[in-house]
Design a protein around this ligand. Structure first.
Ligand code: FES
Ligand code: FES
Length: 168
């Protein structure tokens, strides 16, 4: 067991962890980020997805001993119940889930996809989400939700343009 320092959703803490423990357990135990969920445990399903410096990574494949100094984001760092992040709200409005076990992973991967490409097409989103699996088979609604989210995230820029462009 050793001390490692992690920054999770803006909170930096030193926590004790076994070198060979996966980051999923450390996050759930020490940071109470219960939306980081282990399913396959071998990097295939994406349910344990976290963002490391904005990039989606499978937390089940990151050993605690190698995680010292990482800066992470989990779905708990997005919106609140009262004020959901636009991607979360789009998943709710488009019913982008059934049991929701996979949902945090999809939302974080979607966030990374749309940060890199705000105008991503349905095809590009589908490719970007290839590492996230949904046992309930909600894929059509998930794609609808991410496309909807992309539109919501672009909206402020459109609003800004409309206030700065001269009226015709
Ligand atoms: S639990 Fe990590 S990828 Fe499946
Ligand atoms: S909604 Fe159940 S696994 Fe995706």
């Amino acid at each position: 067991v050793r001390l490692i320092e992690l920054t999770v959703n803006g909170l930096t803490r030193q926590v004790a962890a076994a070198e060979t423990e996966s980051l999923v357990g450390v996050l759930r135990r020490e940071f109470h980020t219960l939306a980081v969920r282990e399913a396959c445990g071998i990097g295939i399903c994406g349910s344990c997805t976290v963002l490391v410096d904005g990039e989606p990574r499978s937390a089940c494949l990151i050993l605690a001993g190698l995680a010292d100094g990482l800066t992470l984001e989990t779905v708990e760092g997005l919106g609140t119940i009262e004020d959901l992040h636009p991607i979360q709200q789009a998943f709710v409005d488009r019913s982008g889930f059934q049991c929701s076990y996979c949902t945090p992973g999809f939302i974080l991967t979607a966030k990374a996809i749309l940060a890199a490409n705000p105008n991503a097409t349905r095809e590009e989103i589908r490719d970007g989400l290839a590492g996230n699996l949904c046992r309930c088979g909600s894929y059509t609604n998930i794609l609808d939700a991410v496309l909807d989210a992309a539109e919501r995230l672009r909206a402020p820029a459109a609003d800004e343009r409309s206030t700065t462009e001269p009226a015709t």
